[in-house]
Structures are given as structure tokens and as C-alpha cells.
Design a protein around this ligand. Structure first.
Ligand code: G1P
Length: 290
């Protein structure tokens, strides 16, 4: 039985320049899809997969994220006075328990690999999940839970995969895969932001990982890679040489909320399905489009 994954890391230090001016003072991870911030979707996905410790790699101007996962006494008291039970239960359900959150800062924007390495003292030499909150998956079973099912069988490292149009591969980490006799996917190569003509496939790493703690040792000495940043993919490629690496084709609809188009599409999709406003929104949207 593989060692259980109870810790998740959320890199949330990014500047969010693609969403200025919205992100001038507000963290991009607090942008909402309908009525919930992006970071909350990611935390809920992790909870569903059995995660009990939530580590946030924050940066300057990100205090709002820490506050979001804390108790808001004033608001709670007002809601209690007004007997707003539905709202109280929303706030109560969202709250991680005492001691379940940890925060550390990435002091310089040196890349995803560097952000993950900033959590090295918090992960206690155990396997951990990594979720990039920009990437949202709308599915019956959350993306991380889909991967935990694979991990429980194979152990080692697992990355979530998603097929993208070939002309988009240069925006992502891309993998080369093989199929094991039992039908599971083995990763045999990966490259960060390849040239379109050199990409080994159109299967991209979609922002969900289960990693063994040895990745930290590799990140420690990882050279600068694509885009002048310390890339997680480059360190994972080294880990691949001595540890098992599996891929899981994630089922569901993927929204890259790091781009305006992906973010707006996610809002449209979640709004159409929203129990409270979905039906009315569908009518309003139809009217706008016709
Ligand atoms: C990061 C990873 C990349 C992955 C992508 C998914 O890139 O480095 O491998 O495919 O997230 O969103 P970034 O979006 O930080 O450039």
C-alpha cells in the first residue's frame, strides 16, 4: 500500500499580471468563478481527495488568502444575530480546522520549481500533492481524487494529463508516455514549454501532481530552465530516472483560468450549472448572444 498523501501544496505567489488591473491589490487566486475564489475550488478538490494539511506558498500582497481561510468573527456574529443559517453554514463548511493550514513565502518570482522548494521544511519527508489553482477541472470526481486512485495502486509519482490542441503545447509541460501491461500510463519523458515542432505529444501536465519528497533535493540544485525560471518539470525529469512516474488522463472539463478566455469560460460553465442562478443565467446569456 502506497504511503498516504495527506499534504497538499498550493503555489499562490504569482503576480497575476494577465489580469491587471483586477490583480493590482487582489491576489489572482481570489478571482471568483461565480461565487467562490479559485483557491477555494482547489482546496475543496484537495479535501475531497483526503488532504488534511494545506500549505500555501504565498508572496507579497497575498494576505487576503490567509484571511480567507480564517474565521471571520464579525461577519459570523452579524449573521448569527440575523439568523442567516444558510450563510453561516457556507462559512463553517469552507473553513479548514485549526492547524490544518501553513503559509510560507516565495520571496522572489523564480519559477514553479522554486515555489515548491520553498515548502521543503513543511512537507515532513512525505509524498505530497501539488495543485496549481489556475487550472480548474469540472468533473464528477475531482482531478486529484482521480490521481489518488492511481497512486494507491502504483505509488511513486503521478501527474495529471490532459490533451490539448497541438498548437498550444508550447504553453505547458508536455509528456511522452508508454502503456504498462496493466493498462496504466508510464511517463518516459517530459519537457517544459517545448517548441511546437519538438513536443513529444499533445498531452500536457495539467497542474496536478503527487510527488515524492526526493523532488526537494533535486529542486535544490535545479538550474534555470524555460523562460529563465527554475522549472518543476526539469527536476521531475531527473526524478524519473530513479522513481516510478505515472500519468492519469484526467476526466472532466479543464479550464486554464490563468488566461482571460479560460477564466471567462469557466465562469460561463459554472454559472450555467449553478443551482441558484443557473436557469435564469441561461436565459440571460441566450438573450445576449442572439
Ligand atoms: C506550469 C508548469 C507546466 C504545466 C502548467 C499547467 O506552467 O510548469 O508544466 O503544464 O503549469 O498550468 P505555468 O502555467 O506556471 O507557466
Amino acid at each position: 500500500m502506497a504511503y498516504p498523501v495527506k499534504t497538499a501544496v498550493f503555489p499562490v505567489a504569482g503576480l497575476g499580471t494577465r489580469f491587471l488591473p483586477a490583480t493590482k491589490a487582489m491576489p489572482k487566486e481570489m478571482l471568483t468563478v461565480v461565487d467562490k475564489p479559485l483557491i477555494q475550488y482547489a482546496v475543496e478538490e484537495a479535501k475531497e481527495a483526503g488532504i488534511e494539511h494545506f500549505i500555501f506558498i504565498t508572496g507579497r500582497n497575498k494576505n487576503m488568502i490567509e484571511d480567507h481561510f480564517d474565521r471571520q468573527y464579525e461577519l459570523m456574529n452579524i449573521l448569527k444575530e440575523k439568523n442567516k443559517l444558510a450563510q453561516i453554514s457556507i462559512l463553517e463548511n469552507d473553513l479548514p480546522s485549526a492547524g490544518q493550514t501553513s503559509f510560507t513565502r516565495q520571496q522572489q518570482p523564480l519559477g514553479l520549481g522554486h515555489a515548491v522548494w520553498c515548502a521543503r521544511h513543511l512537507i515532513a519527508k512525505e509524498p505530497f500533492a501539488l495543485l496549481l489553482p489556475d487550472m480548474m477541472v469540472k468533473s464528477k470526481v475531482g482531478a486529484l481524487k482521480q490521481m489518488i486512485e492511481q497512486y494507491n495502486g502504483s505509488g511513486g509519482n503521478v501527474v495529471g494529463l490532459y490533451e490539448v490542441p497541438h498548437e498550444e503545447v508550447d504553453q505547458y509541460g508536455v509528456v511522452k508516455t508508454d502503456v504498462r501491461p496493466d493498462g496504466t500510463i508510464k511517463i518516459i519523458d517530459m519537457v517544459e514549454k517545448p517548441k511546437i515542432s519538438e513536443a513529444p505529444s499533445n498531452l500536457m501536465i495539467m497542474g496536478r501532481y503527487i510527488l515524492q519528497p526526493e523532488i526537494m533535493m533535486l529542486l535544490e540544485t535545479q538550474n534555470i530552465g524555460a523562460g529563465g525560471e527554475i522549472q518543476l518539470t526539469d527536476a521531475m525529469l531527473k526524478l524519473l530516472e530513479f522513481q516510478n512516474f505515472s500519468g492519469v488522463n484526467i476526466t472532466g472539463e479543464l479550464f486554464d483560468c490563468g488566461s482571460k478566455l479560460g477564466f471567462l469560460t469557466a465562469n460561463l460553465s459554472y454559472a450555467l450549472d449553478h443551482p441558484e442562478v443557473g436557469e435564469a443565467f441561461r436565459k440571460a446569456a441566450k438573450k445576449l448572444i442572439s
